[in-house]
Design a protein. Structure first.
Length: 238
């Protein structure tokens, strides 16, 4: 079972970076983030700027706990009060603005890999409309040339548990498996699909790491160019 994280991890990490001497590793571990995300916040390279959230005021940390961490870089901060899970109310799934552009890719993937899932189920899972689903299916979507089928779990549009539940329900309704859950009718296709999904996720994870490394390298090169440019300007003025 994973350790609990703050209710607003990015905002909490931003506050800890600005207001404490904790190491990036300690902040990343406590907030459940990658250390490169914390590094980017500290260097003002993050694509999104977060308003800091004080975890002490929120009751998730104490000043004593922060002092322990500052005194010992190997110390792992302990959550004082685990955030209360908020039950999702009925209505369309909310998708962050940064991920909304990924919805067509996730819809295309579902249509290709799970035709047994109804439009209503896709709409609820991804948080989209039947009109959008129909346009992608009929290839009349305005951006159809740029839509690439991608696993919605990898895109962060839904969880693996949610996807599995929808697939199982749709498969049972379509007669692809019996009431006891026996899916022998799927045969080797199921194993092949699982292997393909695993490969897709491994490739996506690898691509994410490479993208982060490239972004870090580009930032370093840009900083070096800026420094060299400043130096040339100084020499010219002399």
């Amino acid at each position: 079972m994973s350790a609990p994280t703050p209710l607003m991890p990015h905002a909490t990490a931003s506050w800890l970076v600005d207001n404490t001497s904790l190491s990036f590793e300690q902040i990343a571990d406590f907030c459940g983030l990658h250390i490169l995300e914390v590094q980017a916040m500290a260097d003002d390279l993050a694509s999104s700027k977060y308003t800091g959230r004080d975890p002490v005021r929120a009751g998730e940390l104490t000043n004593e706990e922060i002092e322990k961490g500052a005194a010992n870089p190997e110390y792992r901060l302990q959550m004082q009060k685990q955030p209360v899970a908020v039950a999702r109310t009925k209505g369309p799934r909310y998708t962050p603005v940064s991920k909304r552009q990924d919805k067509p890719d996730g819809i295309a993937w579902l249509l290709r890999n799970h035709p047994e899932i109804s439009d209503a189920q896709i709409g609820k899972l991804i948080g989209t409309t039947r009109n959008t689903i129909g346009a992608i299916r009929e290839r009349t979507h305005w951006n159809i040339q740029n839509i690439q089928p991608k696993d919605p779990v990898t895109l962060g549009l839904c969880s693996q548990r949610e996807l599995d539940a929808v697939v199982a329900k749709a498969a049972k309704k379509a007669g692809l498996e019996d009431a006891s859950g026996d899916d022998e009718k799927l045969g080797g296709d199921r194993e092949k699909l699982i292997a393909e999904l695993k490969q897709e996720r491994e490739e996506a994870a690898k691509a994410a790491v490479e993208a982060a490394q490239e972004a870090e390298a580009e930032a370093w090169l840009q900083a070096r160019k800026d420094a060299e440019s400043t130096g040339e300007g100084t020499e010219a003025s002399d």
